[in-house]
Design a protein around this ligand. Sequence first.
Ligand SMILES: Cc1ncc(COP(=O)(O)O)c(C=O)c1O
Length: 396
Amino acid sequence: MSVADFQHSFARRTQLAGGSELATILAGSPPGVLSMTGGFPNSKTFPTAELEEIARRLLREDSAVAMQYTPCEGLPSVREYLVERQEQLQGRRPETAELIVTSGGMECITLMCQALVDPGDPVVVESPTYLAALMALGRAEAAPMPIAMDEDGLRVDELEAQLADGLRPKFVYTIPEYQNPTGRTLPLERRETLVEVCRKHGVLILEDVAYRELSFDGTSLPTLWSLAPDLVLQAGTFSKSFFPGVRLGWAVGPSEVVAELAAAKQNTDQCAGGLGQRMFEEYGRSGGFERHLPAARALYASHWAALSAALESHMPDGVEWTQPAGGFLTWLTLPETVDTIELRPAALEAGVAYVPGPPFFVGDAGHNGMRLSFSHLTEDELGEAVGRLAAVVRAR
Ligand SMILES: Cc1ncc(COP(=O)(O)O)c(C=O)c1O
């Protein structure tokens, strides 16, 4: 029997999306390998007992809503709760038409691409940035325009210079706190300048707040959306603060942009799952986030303390790393002579996994960078993982 070959049937854009690094991360690491790859929440933070009770109650008393299709924009009660939550956490209450429920943060990025990007359109990204966002921009045939970062995040002065030179991106994609992959946070002053500069040139901002609620000390800076709701589309997710299996997030921003996202959503999954929406709402309205987030923050803070101490004691001179104030991630810069893609097999052999730098960059940059996640290994495992990694780096 001959085996059919469908390669010739695939769309041209399948060649444009970049590598398979994300699939590698999601597939997990082989047994015995201590993995610092995925930005996965720690399963100890999953509120399983409360959710068991909520799920049971919903299936018994609310199945006609929770098990049914929902409006594309989300269940009205869930949107209302999200409107209240924006007001409570970000100090500004959106209109209902300014907010929709999404199936996670990644869907919102994809919807933005579908709604705004034509082939060849420039989109500004931080350099480095979230690799799945780069993949989505690739699929949309966008022209990503990298802007450098420093210890305080996006170099807004560089963006300003490019805009003054005539660059007109469809939007600026930024992750202002505990950035993926660097862990860096944009200070308030830069947030204000960013908004001012984008307003001057009429440029939309896509603000990704994936890790915002997971500062180590419980504090947070004003969001870009709260500073400029007419200019900022905020993509939020409950993957890190609730659990990723629920695939739930939100988009809030100018109503005409949000309406286009809702229209695009009719061609993805049509609506976020009703059961997850209702579980989230019941959990949130009963104070679940206030009950559980402090412990999650403390857990990630102590994981970072363990990783940071291990890096200090094991890493050779010439290796540097960022100092996150929240989230799951730190970024290591190795000496120029080290290539982190080439180093990976030796690291896996030694029983440790990381994500190499290049997939987070547009073009060929980042060969000596690597991203480490400290969210899901235990503190002892983090110490052991860094010991193994340092030995491999030293040998190189
Ligand atoms: C910066 C950033 N944005 C968005 C997402 C996607 O989140 P979700 O699981 O809600 O699709 C992630 C997940 O790792 C992320 O790190």
